[in-house]
Design a protein around this ligand. Structure first.
Ligand code: PMP
Ligand code: GLN
Length: 382
């Protein structure tokens, strides 16, 4: 393994899901729902397969039906206009979009500012591009970005801001004021911004504002989303990038040599998913809000310090009240102790001391599963 990837051996999600399989514990670690997305969308995938839509290489930019569905979605929810022919690129999930964007936009030695704790692929992709990550730490209990600190991190080598809102794992939803300040800085310093918006429809408190909608951002923002979270199809790996023709062409160049294309028949199905009525989007958000409240109450009862998330389907907690010193060791022992799997946030920090005892629980699970997990944790800890 080359030295760029030092320390990035196995993702924590794979380790913790394997632990769940081995022990039979309830898996609140890796973020995937235990209920599949809408039946009509699954049927659309079956139809596409059966009718021969997408069984051979789809177009490099993605099938036209999906690119148009993405632009319709951006218009319907945010009033944004994109050209489906030149400003949308379909990818193998948001994961490939992030990798392709980093490889396309960064020179070796460029600095990338991202909020820590970060989603694990950010560190890996910045490293693979030979660039340098510069973390802006979100600190408990609020996990708001310190914008003065952000300004102080800028150097002549700063090339790109990698933003994620709603934020995994803390659940922070950036406010319009925070985004405006970030946008002003990006314009002033002529920075590119890549926004990971995979949880765009899972904002319970506050509203998701796409950074690209703010003044000066249209020409410098690459926006990324995917079908995994919004439609509960994490296995389909259908994601997309929107941005100016120049930026999308740049990302397409690297994407071509990563997968070229992916998920042919599923692209047609996701086109139908994006066109679901507003009530679909409201229902999934409200369902997850209820689940958030259920698990948050259970964790608090068991004695965890709970940082209620404004968005995503994760709750960050602190296990220091139990006298614990290390979230990774805590999570490795948790299945034996309580029959539950969680993820240590400490591995998402470059400065692990900032999150040494933070543990994340996913609540995209059936209510009875969350209730059972809360019960087990209460018995083990309260
Ligand atoms: N970004 C964030 C913040 C995520 O939590 C995830 C995990 N699902 C991804 C990107 C990856 O998305 P996808 O499954 O579409 O590749
Ligand atoms: N995004 C999911 C999470 O944060 C996991 C994705 C993955 O396993 N790479 O749990």
């Amino acid at each position: 393994l080359n030295r760029r990837l030092d320390g990035l051996g196995t993702t924590i999600f794979a380790e913790m899901s394997a632990l769940a399989l081995r022990t039979g514990a309830i898996n609140l670690g890796q973020g995937f729902p235990d209920t599949d997305g809408p039946e009509s969308v699954r049927e659309a995938a079956v139809r596409a397969l059966r009718d021969g839509h997408g069984n051979q290489y789809p177009p490099g930019m993605g099938v036209p039906e999906l690119r148009t569905a993405v632009t319709d979605h951006q218009k319907r929810f945010y009033g944004l206009d994109f050209d489906p022919d030149t400003e949308v690129l379909v990818t193998a999930g948001a994961t490939e979009a992030i990798a392709a964007a980093m490889l396309a936009l960064l020179e070796p030695g460029d600095e990338v500012i991202a909020f820590e704790p970060f989603y694990d692929s950010y560190a890996a992709c910045v490293a693979m591009a030979g660039a340098v990550r510069v973390p802006l730490t979100l600190r408990a209990p609020d996990f708001r970005p310190d914008l003065d600190r952000l300004r102080s991190l800028l150097t002549p080598r700063t090339r790109l801001l990698l933003l994620n809102s709603p934020h995994n794992p803390t659940g922070t939803v950036l406010t319009r004021d925070e985004l405006t300040a970030i946008a002003e800085l990006a314009v002033e310093r002529d920075l590119l911004v890549v926004t990971d918006e995979v949880y765009e429809h899972l904002a319970f408190d506050g509203e998701h504002v796409p950074l690209v909608s703010l003044p000066g951002m249209r020409e410098r923002t690459v926006s990324i989303s995917s079908a995994g979270k919004t439609f509960s199809f994490t296995g389909w790996k259908v994601g997309w990038v929107t941005g100016s023709p120049e930026l999308v062409a740049a990302v397409r160049t690297t994407k071509q040599f990563l997968t070229y294309v992916a998920s042919g028949p599923f692209q047609y199905a996701v086109a139908e998913a994006l066109a679901l009525p507003d009530t679909y989007y409201e229902d999934i958000r409200e369902d997850l809000r209820t689940k958030r409240d259920l698990l948050a109450a259970g964790l608090a009862d068991a004695g965890f310090t709970v940082y209620a998330p404004q968005g995503t389907y994760f709750i960050t907690t602190d296990v220091a009240p139990f006298g614990e010193k290390d979230a990774l060791a805590f999570c490795r022992a948790l299945p034996e102790r309580a029959g539950v799997v969680a993820v240590p946030n400490s591995v998402f920090y470059d400065h692990p001391d900032a999150g040494r005892t933070q543990v994340r629980f996913a609540f995209c699970k059936k209510q009875e599963v969350l209730a059972e997990a809360a019960d087990r944790l209460r018995k083990a800890f309260a």
